[in-house]
Design a protein around this ligand. Structure first.
Ligand code: ADP
Ligand code: ZN
Length: 291
């Protein structure tokens, strides 16, 4: 089986061919410019490759509801040219094959469940902490969509007692994304995350916010594994702090050994690493093929 994958990001697109075991055979990437120019590059990559199904994990918000008239659209993004863009409609003009279209984080959650750290589990949560914050969830074997799709980056959090930064979400100011995304770190401390030393106070505060959100999602979704990806999570020293704060927050209320005794294997970095997004799109293609 030859599967096509598109990780449609706000900054760059990654396209790949892979197989049903999650192995990538060929990949390419290019910056996200206008929809027309970007899709021309996507098609130049896939033309003649004879793929059996295509998965698209996209930045959002998107409309993933197949019953909706705007199914397959990127909807209200402020990204110039991309608002109300029918990306699936455009791809369907070129390729008459099964397609699955979902959020980038739902794709990444499925990729980790098929091929990565949540292999064999019917429940998992994937969070990305990068330019934005988003979450994708699998509950009892299904990706969660509901009314639209979850927007886990925009929950309001309790403010860290030492935090004087007002937050930078244009909609909610001090939501999770407004307080803990890569750009929020940069604005609060005047330096990008990758330039801050591991002992900088930024990281304790960052872990405190992430653990607060993780604790919330444990209580609401009861995931069997939590995977934290995105640029900010390259700071590996965040993990022990996030685990410790999560245990403190829950205060032994959730009586499961996965959390109480083995949290090192419960809150983890993506096993698929930097390929979590594109292999997630490959997982979506596999799902589309099997449906
Ligand atoms: P995107 O979210 O745009 O797909 P990333 O997940 O790489 O891309 O997120 C980019 C954000 O993550 C930027 O704000 C950047 O400063 C931050 N970031 C990237 N690498 C690191 C790192 N090694 N340590 C801390 N922050 C990082
Ligand atoms: Zn917000």
């Amino acid at each position: 089986m030859r599967l096509g994958a598109i990780e449609a990001g706000g900054t760059k697109f990654v396209v790949a061919i892979g197989d049903e075991t999650g192995k990538l055979i060929e990949r390419a990437s290019f910056p996200t410019t206008s929809p027309q120019e970007t899709l021309e590059k996507v098609c130049a990559f896939f033309d003649g490759k004879d793929i059996d199904a295509l998965g698209i994990g996209s930045f959002g918000p998107i409309d993933p509801d197949q019953a909706s008239p705007t199914y397959g659209y990127i909807t209200t993004t402020p990204k110039p040219g991309w608002a109300n863009y029918n990306i699936v409609g455009e791809l369907k003009k070129h390729y008459d094959i099964p397609m699955a279209f979902d959020t980038d984080v739902n794709g990444a959650a499925l990729g980790e469940a098929y091929f990565g750290s949540a292999r064999g589990l019917d429940s998992a949560l994937y969070l990305t902490i990068g330019t934005g914050i988003g979450g994708g969830a699998i509950v009892e074997g299904h990706l969660v969509h509901g009314l639209l799709h979850p927007e886990m980056g925009h929950v309001r959090l309790v403010r860290h007692p030492q935090d004087t930064f007002e937050g930078n979400c244009p909609y909610h100011q001090a939501c999770f994304e407004g307080l803990a995304s890569g750009p929020a770190i940069e604005k609060r401390w005047g330096k990008k995350g990758q330039e801050l030393a591991p002992d900088h106070p930024a990281w304790e505060m960052e872990a405190w916010y992430i653990a607060q959100a993780v604790s919330l999602y444990i209580l609401v979704l009861s995931p069997k594994k939590i995977i934290l990806g995105g640029g900010v999570m390259k700071q590996a020293h965040l993990f022990p702090m996030i685990r410790r704060y999560t245990l403190e927050n829950l205060n032994r209320y959730v009586q499961k050994d996965d959390i109480l005794k083995d949290i090192d294997h419960y809150i983890v970095y993506p096993e698929l690493g930097d390929n979590a997004g594109v292999i997630g799109a490959l997982a979506l293609a596999k799902k589309a093929f099997n449906q």
